[in-house]
Design a protein around this ligand. Structure first.
Ligand SMILES: [Fe+2]
Length: 139
């Protein structure tokens, strides 16, 4: 997700998670290798739709704080989808009695998605969004 958040904490969080995602891809490639299956790149229409929505919002929202809120929500939606995918894969790996070589990387990826989600979620109520809430509640 290419974003231009003005909130430094959010911007750094997205950059950190982008680095984590590269590690997650390597873990998934290791899982495919452990299963002796080729890792193939696939389209992800649901994530493409979120990216399109983010792009649309970016083009119509002019307020920086409101745009940060849109980025935060887009990021949380993405992390929720990723968490759900890893929950399903981890469950399948358990049901199929795959060993740790398969299960642990999936669990590690899930943990990082959950951490990214929680970090974004914490910003909603933290001082990060205070200026937006203050302006919206002025009457
Ligand atoms: Fe993620």
């Amino acid at each position: 997700m290419a974003i231009n958040a003005t909130n430094d904490r959010m911007s750094e969080g997205f950059a950190d998670h982008r680095d984590e995602t590269r590690t997650q891809v390597q873990r998934l490639e290791d899982v495919f290798a452990a299963l002796d299956r080729p890792a193939e790149r696939r389209e992800a229409p649901i994530l493409d739709a979120l990216e399109a929505e983010r792009s649309t919002l970016e083009s119509v929202i002019e307020d920086d704080d409101l745009l940060d809120m849109a980025y935060m929500n887009a990021g949380m939606m993405t992390e929720r989808i990723e968490m759900t995918a890893y929950e399903g894969l981890t469950s399948m790996a358990g049901q199929l009695d795959y060993d740790d070589e398969v299960r642990k990387p999936l669990e590690s990826n899930y943990d990082e998605e959950q951490s990214a989600y929680r970090e974004l979620s914490a910003m909603e109520t933290a001082s990060d969004m205070k200026s937006l809430w203050d302006r919206l509640t002025l009457s």
